[in-house]
Design a protein around this ligand. Structure first.
Ligand code: SF4
Length: 297
């Protein structure tokens, strides 16, 4: 079944038949990482690395549950390997199973050579700020984006207190490079103590969202629909989102790993999840945005 046929069949099942079928599956394929970002406590814990067989079983089971879109994350997913196979093998197997849209969330330090997927590359600010947070990796990342096997490469920033003031500089710098299809973002979420000390809260959160929305109005390619902007700003979207699942080595979570942590979930800053919540709420701006993005990948 082709990609658009799958999307239409899913829309029919969700919006007409009112089924809550899963659709977007994330896989924390490894916790191995070659960077040491201050806000990430998941890296190199040894808790998340999938074996080859387990990874293949997990993909098959996710597809059987109904998922058709897939993303790999980590750690740094491009470092995953087991049984003589690397991530390119899992991407190829996912295509054979029938997954239509496949994304890799990466720090961009490894060449982006796997075909048949889109890349979401974390850039945590303008060059100098990114280098402070991400171990001086900016030039290497940009070089890898330049040499990527696909043009479906998006930049993604995790906003925190270290980089929030550079939001506009970051967007201008990324757009001037003319290498990325668009810019997505998250507000630091997940690790309670780090979110408390380095997250963007209350009025600051609202101000940042307003700044991003203004940039979007100026024509910058920020992945933020009007509906998601309002839902993030009012923090009133329906959560968790059962159509999203996240698989780690030991557990399949509904929505994400913070689903059991009410204080984190109540202030969710995962903008992509908010977009999905707005698509499921049939908000036209969110549907239009995902159609535009999907057409590009
Ligand atoms: S924090 Fe966000 S992504 Fe995670 S479970 Fe809550 S709503 Fe879902």
């Amino acid at each position: 079944m082709g990609k658009w046929t799958q999307h239409i069949a899913y829309a029919f099942s969700t919006f007409i038949l009112r089924r809550q079928s899963p659709y977007l599956f994330g896989m924390v394929v490894t916790d191995r990482c070659n960077l040491d970002c201050f806000y990430c406590e998941s890296k190199n814990s040894g808790d998340y690395h999938f074996s080859l067989d387990h990874a293949l079983d997990t993909l098959r089971e996710a597809y059987a549950r109904g998922h058709r879109s897939l993303y790999f994350t980590g750690g740094e997913p491009m470092l995953w390997e087991d049984g003589g196979r690397d991530l390119s093998f899992l991407v190829a197997e996912a295509h054979l199973l029938g997954f239509s849209d496949i994304f890799i969330f990466t720090n961009g330090t490894v060449p982006l050579t796997i075909p048949g997927c889109s890349y979401i590359v974390t850039i945590d600010g303008p060059r100098e700020v990114h280098n402070r947070i991400r171990g001086g990796s900016y030039d290497r990342v940009i070089e890898n984006v330049r040499g990527a096997v696909t043009q479906a490469v998006f930049a993604s920033i995790t906003f925190n207190r270290e980089n929030v003031e550079y939001c506009e500089d970051f967007v201008e710098e990324i757009c001037a490079l003319n290498l990325f299809r668009g810019i997505s973002f998250n507000l630091l979420t997940h690790w309670p103590e780090i979110v408390e000390s380095h997250g963007i809260h209350g009025e600051e959160r609202i101000k940042l969202l307003d700044r991003l929305w203004q940039l979007k109005q100026q024509g910058y390619p920020i992945a933020l629909s009007g509906a998601a902007y309002r839902a993030l700003r009012a923090n009133n979207f329906k959560r968790p989102i059962p159509q999203i699942e996240l698989g780690t080595r030991d557990r399949i979570f509904s929505c994400c790993r913070d689903v059991d942590n009410p204080s984190i979930c109540a202030n969710c800053g995962y903008a992509n999840c908010v977009e999905v919540s707005q698509i499921l709420a049939l908000k036209p701006s969110a549907i239009w945005q995902v159609m535009k993005l999907t057409a590009q990948v």
